[in-house]
Structure formats: structure tokens, C-alpha cells
Design a protein around this ligand. Structure first.
Ligand code: ADP
Ligand code: MG
Length: 278
């Protein structure tokens, strides 16, 4: 199985002259093929920079990155990138947007359309094939975007706050859909978010980053059984881990001390409604 990602002592400096600063410092991370890893950290800590480096858009200042033992140097469709805002062509229909990557590979029209249709089925949009992006809701546009990337059969899917612009209910539906897709295609996913609930709901493992310069401060393996449903969000263990993540992200938070995820924690009857103020 392909999709084994290795980041080794990656440092990345941005800006020039006196504006130069360390965006990422000594980031090392191994992601197994088929694993779902969430990078969680406050805004501005370097999450997008890290994803941009793995995508091949930003060259490391120090350190290295490999996918299946091959050094990452340039962007490649085997590392599919999904952003917060879609990159669909407004003048093309949904199916032509999804088939676009195949056109670039000179695959014949009938096969392109048939493969694009399969992907649209996977994201539940087979009935919207002939619509234009502007005729879709924000959630539907992101589903097309995911299909557009998956049509290339990427070994790793890189997602940068892909549901960040959606309302809470749509976001939850999209998270459930993404997990459903992932169980079917089992590609490696590196998913960036600053939303603790999202990371806890989705990931096999959360990698937490500190504020700038971004560096890894903690890794949390999540053993919540799959398939996961929205009821997980109100479970006591979820609340405990959420509290732990908050304590790491807000070390100076007045009423949330530094807690161990494995220690004896109080049992909560409700999920704290604290939001990350970042
Ligand atoms: P995150 O995705 O975690 O919010 P980013 O990776 O976008 O953080 O940015 C990390 C830091 O680098 C931020 O302080 C941001 O303002 C800065 N930054 C991002 N891109 C550039 C750039 N091209 N030149 C200079 N600074 C940048
Ligand atoms: Mg970002």
C-alpha cells in the first residue's frame, strides 16, 4: 500500500531580509500508509506552511520530506490538495471539473466521464453532474473539489481547513462524509485544522503544533472506534481529550490546567462549549 509520508527535521524560513522568520522548526513526522492524521494548532502557527511544503509548493530550508521513500521536490497529483475555498472552474460543469485532471493525462472523453461519474457517486453528487459550481451550496462545492482531487488517485490527500468556511451542521455532515469516503478508498490523509472537535472526530492521531515558530509539541493517538458518528462528540472521553487539547493550546488559560490524557480526569456530563479564541 502506498502513501507512507516521512518528514524529517523540517525547518522552513519565510520572508526576506529583516522580515525573515522561522515558520517551521524541526518538524519530524511519520504518517503510515492509509493513516488519518490531523495537524492541530493555533492560527498562524505554520500549518498551511507545513502542508504547502508537503504539497511541493514550498522548499524546505533544512530537513527533508519523502513520500514512499521518494524525496518531495515539486507538486504532483499523487499529493492532492484541498483548501478552504474550492478551485473549481466556474465555466465548466461539475462533471467536467471533476474530469479535468484526467483530461490533462490525455484519457479519452468517455472514460474521463465514466470515472468522474464514479467519483461524483462517491461524494453523493451524481445528480448534480451537469450543474455549474455557482449553482451549488458551499458544502456541495467542497464535495466536488474532493472528487476533483480524488479522481487522480492520490497517495496522500492534503486538506487545509477544507470545511472552515461551512456552517456547523454542514461541517459535521462533511466530516462524516469524508470518513465514509476514507473507509472506502483508504488513502493517507493529512488534515490541517484549528478546530479541536474536528481533529478529535476525524483522526487516528492528532499532531499538535505550538504557536509560531511552528513545532510539534504533542501527539495524541485516538482510539475511538470506527465508524464514528456525531454521538461521539458528547461522550465523556471526547470531552476529556478536548480539555487536554485546550490545556495544551492555552497553557495560560485560567481554569484549564495542564492535564494528562491518561490521568484520572473528572467525568463530564456535557462537552465544554469553550471555543478556541484564536
Ligand atoms: P496557519 O496555517 O497555521 O494559520 P501559516 O502557515 O499560514 O499558518 O503561516 C505561518 C506564519 O507565516 C504566519 O505568521 C503567516 O503570517 C506567515 N506567512 C505565511 N506565508 C508567508 C509568506 N509567503 N511570507 C511571509 N510570511 C508568511
Ligand atoms: Mg492556514
Amino acid at each position: 500500500m502506498s502513501g507512507e509520508l516521512s518528514i524529517d527535521n523540517l525547518s522552513l524560513y519565510l520572508g526576506s531580509g529583516s522580515q525573515r522568520f522561522t515558520a517551521l522548526e524541526n518538524v519530524s513526522l511519520n504518517v503510515a500508509a492509509g493513516e488519518f492524521v490531523c495537524i492541530l494548532g493555533p492560527s498562524g502557527c505554520g500549518k498551511s506552511t507545513l502542508l504547502g511544503a508537503v504539497a511541493g509548493h514550498l522548499a524546505p530550508s533544512r530537513g527533508s520530506m519523502t513520500l514512499d521513500k521518494k524525496t518531495i521536490t515539486t507538486p504532483h497529483p499523487q499529493r492532492g490538495l484541498v483548501f478552504q475555498h474550492h478551485t473549481l472552474f466556474p465555466w465548466q460543469t461539475v462533471i467536467d471539473n471533476v474530469a479535468f485532471g484526467l483530461k490533462m493525462k490525455s484519457i479519452k472523453r468517455d472514460e474521463r466521464r465514466s470515472r468522474a461519474r464514479d467519483l461524483l457517486k462517491l461524494v453523493g453528487l451524481e445528480d448534480s453532474a451537469d450543474l455549474y459550481p455557482s449553482q451549488l451550496s458551499g458544502g456541495m462545492q467542497q464535495r466536488v473539489e474532493i472528487a476533483r482531487v480524488l479522481v487522480n488517485h492520490p497517495d496522500v490527500l492534503l486538506m487545509d481547513e477544507p470545511f472552515g468556511a461551512l456552517d456547523a451542521i454542514t461541517r459535521l455532515r462533511m466530516q462524516e462524509l469524508l470518513l465514509d469516503i476514507w473507509t472506502r478508498i483508504r488513502t493517507t490523509i493529512l488534515f490541517v485544522t484549528h478546530d479541536i472537535d474536528e481533529a478529535l472526530f476525524l483522526a487516528d492521531r492528532i499532531v499538535m503544533m505550538s504557536a509560531r515558530p511552528g513545532t510539534i509539541i504533542e501527539e495524541i493517538v485516538l482510539e475511538f472506534p470506527r465508524p464514528r458518528s456525531a454521538s461521539l462528540l458528547t461522550s465523556p472521553r471526547f470531552a476529556e481529550l478536548k480539555r487536554y487539547c485546550l490545556s495544551l493550546l492555552h497553557d495560560d488559560h485560567a481554569d484549564v490546567g495542564r492535564l494528562s490524557p491518561l490521568g484520572d480526569l473528572p467525568t463530564y456530563t456535557a462537552v465544554p462549549v469553550l471555543q478556541l479564541a484564536i
